[in-house]
Design a protein around this ligand. Structure first.
Ligand code: NAI
Length: 400
């Protein structure tokens, strides 16, 4: 019998289940690169239901309890008195979502001798100390691709919202005004602008594909260069470094994982190299940007706008300066947790657990850490401080 500790975000303030706006979500069978969507033996939920909050339980309770396992679900995750901290010492499996991350620090991992599996219901396992997980002999897995398209749609939405000045214009409507000049004084067309992505993995590439129709110049940097065929198909300009990319772009979108190479990448120095009045959209991880440097750049006008849904820490405290800085289009961390995405990552979490308990291999593309090092998607996209030797050739990162 295993104890499965699952940390999810709170139910809606209006209660659970909510009144749904639609009756169904489209069934998606596969992704752009041919990978199939999650395929567990069974699911015990209806796609389109709210699964990511505490009462939704990712649809896992029946499956786990029928097999004699114990499922504990909580949103209480911060501090020594939290339910998460109290229940962790004898947990075998921890499941958490990046939207409401259960930070699995080295200290917490050390307190959990039985912990062998951490599952990210979604994408992005930076809330787990990967070096500590490797040292502890753990497997870390996530549901690769499950919400990549969801995020790419959000990125396109945020780019358009900033460039066209949508949010302040909407506010004039709510306030009863008709202040056209105030709305348009910061409103531009995206057409003709240069748009670049830092990382062209699943999300970054999907953003580029979606933006192609807007008649913009498309740029990217990534430690893995795309094929010539894809570069030609999308008309991409490749840049060897982020610095080179930001110098020429009007809009920059960040789609890299948070790891030692990317932490605080967008600091005062890099932002100063951007075009004055550039827009920055970050749906990757809050810590890729220096919090106060972003505020300064918006206040001076070096950045014309900043949007995203990722913060540090999460949930963001009420006095987080990104709530009140000028010209921002922030949301809570929601882009990868649409009801459509939840159906996929809940099914993917179940698929991972089915494999784990049946001692079958987990899909390679779902692995971040396994067998004592970075593995699968983790070896491709991450660097751990001590573990670059485990990564693909070309992935060598500077330690620290
Ligand atoms: P992916 O693994 O397909 O792509 C990541 C890409 O980043 C890879 O191509 C890798 O080579 C590149 N990369 C890594 N380090 C880099 C560096 N220093 N400079 C340039 N490129 C670098 O992952 P995917 O699905 O595209 O997701 C990317 C990230 O987006 C996740 O790690 C996660 O942090 C974030 N995310 C956010 C979500 C949200 O709800 N806001 C949901 C899903 C993911």
């Amino acid at each position: 019998m295993a104890k499965v500790l699952c940390v999810l975000y709170d139910d809606p303030v209006g209660g659970y289940p909510p009144v749904y706006a639609r009756d169904s979500v489209p069934a998606i069978g596969g992704y752009h690169d041919g990978q199939t969507t999650p395929s567990p033996e069974q699911i015990d939920f209806t796609p389109g239901e709210l699964l990511g909050s505490v009462s939704g339980e990712l649809g896992l309770r029946g499956f786990l309890e029928e097999r004699g396992h114990r499922l504990l679900v909580t949103s209480d995750k911060e501090g020594l008195d939290s339910e998460f901290e109290r229940e962790l010492p004898d947990a075998d499996v921890v499941i958490s979502q990046p939207f409401w991350p259960a930070y699995l620090t080295a200290e917490r991992i050390a307190k959990a001798p039985r912990l062998k599996l951490a599952v990210t219901a979604g994408i992005g396992s930076d809330h787990v100390d990967l070096d500590a997980a490797i040292a502890h002999g753990m497997t870390v897995a996530e549901v690769t691709y499950s919400n990549s398209i969801s995020v790419s749609e959000h990125v396109v939405m945020m780019i358009l919202a900033l460039v066209r000045n949508y949010i302040p214009s909407h506010q004039w409507v709510l306030d009863g005004g008709w202040n056209i000049a105030d709305c348009v004084a910061r409103s531009y067309d995206l057409e003709g602008m240069q748009v670049g992505t830092v990382a062209a993995g699943r999300i970054g590439s999907a953003v580029l594909r979606r933006l192609k129709a807007f008649d913009v110049g498309l740029h990217y940097t990534d430690r893995h260069r795309l094929t010539e065929e894809v570069e030609q198909e999308l008309g991409l300009t490749y840049h060897a470094t982020t610095e080179e990319l930001v110098r020429v772009c009007d809009v920059v979108t960040i789609n890299a994982p948070l790891h030692p190479e990317t932490e605080h990448l967008f600091d005062d120095e890099l932002i100063a190299k951007m075009k004055r009045g550039a827009y920055l959209v970050n749906t990757a991880r809050g810590k890729i940007c220096d919090r106060d440097a972003i505020v300064r750049a918006l206040e001076t006008g070096q950045l014309a706008g900043y949007a995203g849904d990722v913060w540090f820490p999460q949930p963001a405290p009420p006095d987080h300066p990104w709530r009140t800085m000028p010209h921002h289009g922030m949301t809570p961390h929601v882009s990868g947790s649409s009801l459509s995405a939840q159906a996929r990552y809940a099914a993917g979490t179940r698929e991972i657990l089915e494999c784990w308990f049946a001692e079958r291999p987990i899909r390679e593309e779902y692995l971040i850490v396994a067998g004592g090092g970075l593995a699968g998607a983790g070896a491709h996209s991450y660097s751990a401080r001590e573990t670059s030797r485990n990564a693909d050739e070309g992935d060598q990162a500077e330690p620290g």
